[in-house]
Design a protein. Structure first.
Lengths: 157, 126
């Protein structure tokens, strides 16, 4: 009787276990695709990836946010970004310069952008960087070149 | 008739086993931890690469999204929700326009129609 039962159920049980293992292995492989893609990265690569979500949020606020939301985001970005991330801080200052409606204020923040990223100290490259940010801004204010860059306001002392 | 029942028994065992392994076990077992992979880096990877992935990968990402969301204060949290909706991170990479518009209106931003949201999506990866 036992032998008959074994003969009848052992095979299907083995098939069940094997299929269970195959199903689990396949599902696990699919579930871990993003884990595998981000495993074994260097510290710098991981750090760069980890900054992407906050950068995406900052870019979304810059693209569509109200002026108040943009100002808050820019202050928070300047708090978050270390001095070592000069180009990213410079971009934040450029964005500040774009939404600032006072030419003196614009001069001060564009000067800060130049300090953070010396490649922006030349006027044409500063204008090019500003125009890039203006293209990424989809709502007013901030869709026009600031007065400081159009009128040739003297640089701050 | 006897051989039919024999085949049916094996086929049923294979089917049940596969479903058990593919659906039940992964739901009970946590994702394996990898030392250098973090929720922030996985969400960053998906935002930057916009990869093609099976639905199981997207499902597993939802815990990471929740984890990243919990790190943010308002209104960055809501802006993150907007990015997630526009990039379709909770929807296997497909944009949820209705949700995006709803979140945008909740933020009281100046323009929340489909066109600026599409432009936001097209602006490029961070």
């Amino acid at each position: 009787m036992n032998r008959a039962l074994e003969k009848r159920w052992l095979g299907p049980l083995l098939v069940l276990a094997l299929a269970c293992f195959l199903g689990y292995a396949r599902a696990r492989n699919q579930r871990t695709q993003f884990v595998r893609a981000t495993t074994g990265l260097s510290n710098a690569e991981r750090s760069a990836l980890e900054s992407v979500p906050k950068l995406a949020v900052a870019n979304a606020i810059w693209a569509l946010g109200s002026e108040a939301a943009v100002r808050k985001m820019l202050r928070s970005e300047l708090d978050r970004l270390p001095e070592a991330e000069g180009p990213a801080r410079a971009r934040t200052f450029v964005r500040f310069g774009i939404i600032d409606d006072n030419p003196d204020g614009q001069a001060a923040v564009f000067f800060q952008a130049c300090v953070c990223d010396p490649s922006l100290c030349e006027r044409p490259s500063l204008i090019a960087a500003t125009e890039r940010e203006i293209r990424a801004r989809l709502v007013e204010p901030g869709r026009h070149l600031p007065l400081y860059l159009t009128s040739g306001h003297p640089p701050p002392p | 008739m006897h051989s039919f029942s024999w085949v049916a028994r094996y086929a049923a065992a294979a089917l049940v086993g596969y479903l058990l392994g593919a659906l039940a076990l992964p739901a009970l077992a946590p994702l394996p931890s990898a030392s250098s992979s973090t929720p922030l880096s996985r969400v960053g990877f998906v935002l930057r690469e916009q990869p093609l992935a099976p639905s199981a990968s997207w499902s597993a990402l939802s815990a990471d999204l929740q984890s990243v969301r919990s790190l943010l204060g308002s209104p960055e949290r809501e802006a993150f929700d907007l990015v997630v909706a526009v990039r379709g991170l909770r929807n296997a990479g497909h944009t949820d326009w209705a949700l995006a518009e709803q979140i945008c209106r909740g933020l009281a931003w100046p323009r929340c129609e489909r066109e600026p949201l599409s432009q936001l999506k097209a602006l490029g990866r961070p």
